[in-house]
Design a protein around this ligand. Structure first.
Ligand SMILES: [Zn+2]
Ligand SMILES: [Zn+2]
Length: 355
């Protein structure tokens, strides 16, 4: 089968023939129909492994946002069959630990990060193996196509879990979203659909226009205002109830905390860059003074995908609307390179894998 292999950091991926995967007794193999190209792939490709868990070995097949059809299952798999249409969570649980059994498989300490570890090669490939298939694979409703499912990727599910489950937003909340890449736009669309009033922040014109299209009530061009938190405070009559840093730079993280009203909630979903290397100084005394909650969130437990897929199936949420480009496997490297200067908009997918 064809796959895009990381042979050297920051160099084009090598698209070449690899041995197709076989399922382990508890696993399954999925023929990939679509796979999102994500900033986490970019971090891995850049070799940013020292401070985050995007540490990948040379020889890795990247790609962690696949949707496709099951083509093979292991002997012990009982609930998944060949032909099933599925989406694959990127943070795979072992299905047996306390976190998994209690519905928190996204923080399983014995699990795998698909496409980031040598024993779970990723989905920039014609086929991908998924361990613990009964626990991890999520069936797709007929009305959700593969492109929309791949667009859920890590970004859309992370945004949904962050807003719906972690911050538990309510209708009428004022929600600020800092950074309008794929993750930020997903947060804008989801917060708006869940009844929030949304303020989107970025420094680029096109993402701000897209943010308006997918539900932002107000946009703030951070390059045009002297003080982003003050601008949000003015727009929200005292600050946001919930704010999301969807970019992971020191400035967006601090702005996200500082734009909150008393008792507000900051959710960190963006991973930091090589400027921060995983650490950002925050106004801690101010956080203390105003009963501010600071939350982290990544991925979503497989058992909670149904909450999200119901809303996609009934048209409340439209992840497919964030897809801006569909490319062949050969073009992944070029699309990763475009991320270096924030030159991509929305969510881009690989949809052609064969010759
Ligand atoms: Zn587990
Ligand atoms: Zn991702």
């Amino acid at each position: 089968m064809r796959a895009a292999v990381l042979e050297s950091y920051d160099e084009p991926l090598a698209v070449r023939d690899c041995d197709p995967p076989t399922p382990d007794p508890d696993g399954a193999v999925v023929a990939v129909e679509a796979c999102g190209i994500c900033r986490s792939d970019w971090h891995a490709w850049q070799g940013h492994g020292d401070w985050a868990d995007d540490d990948v070995p040379i020889g890795q097949v990247l790609g962690h946002e696949p949707a496709g059809r099951v083509v093979e299952t292991g002997d012990r798999v009982t609930t998944v069959s060949s032909g099933d249409r599925v989406v694959v969570p990127f943070n795979l649980g072992d299905g047996t630990c306390g976190y998994c059994r209690n519905g928190h498989g996204n923080v399983c300490t014995g699990g795998w990060a698909l496409g980031f570890e040598s024993d779970v090669p990723g989905a920039f490939a014609e086929r991908v193996a998924v361990p613990q298939a009964d626990y991890n694979l999520v069936g797709l409703p007929d009305s959700v196509d593969f492109d929309a499912a791949a667009a859920l990727g890590c970004r859309y599910v992370t945004a949904f879990h962050a807003l719906a489950h972690r911050a538990d937003i309510a209708a009428g909340d004022r929600v600020a979203v800092h950074g309008c890449g794929g993750l930020g736009l997903a947060a804008v669309q989801i917060a708006s659909a869940l009844g929030a009033s949304v303020i989107a922040v970025d420094i680029r014109e096109d993402p701000l226009a897209m943010a308006r299209d997918v539900g932002a009530n107000t946009v703030v061009d951070a390059s045009a205002v002297a003080d982003v938190p003050a601008a949000i405070e003015a727009e929200t009559d005292g600050g946001a109830e919930v704010s999301v840093d969807a970019l992971g730079r020191a400035e967006t993280c601090r702005n996200s905390v500082r734009c909150l009203r008393p008792r507000g909630t900051h959710v960190q979903v963006g991973l930091t860059t090589d400027a921060e290397r995983g650490e950002v100084a925050l106004p801690t005394d101010w956080i203390t003074r105003w009963d501010i909650d600071v939350l982290g969130s990544r991925g979503m437990p497989p058992s909670r995908y149904d909450d999200l897929l119901r809303l996609v199936a009934d048209g409340t949420l439209n992840p497919g609307a964030l897809v801006t480009r569909r490319v062949a496997l050969e073009a992944v490297s070029e699309r990763l390179a475009a991320m270096t200067d924030y030159g991509t908009d929305g969510i881009e997918l690989v949809t052609e894998f064969g010759r």
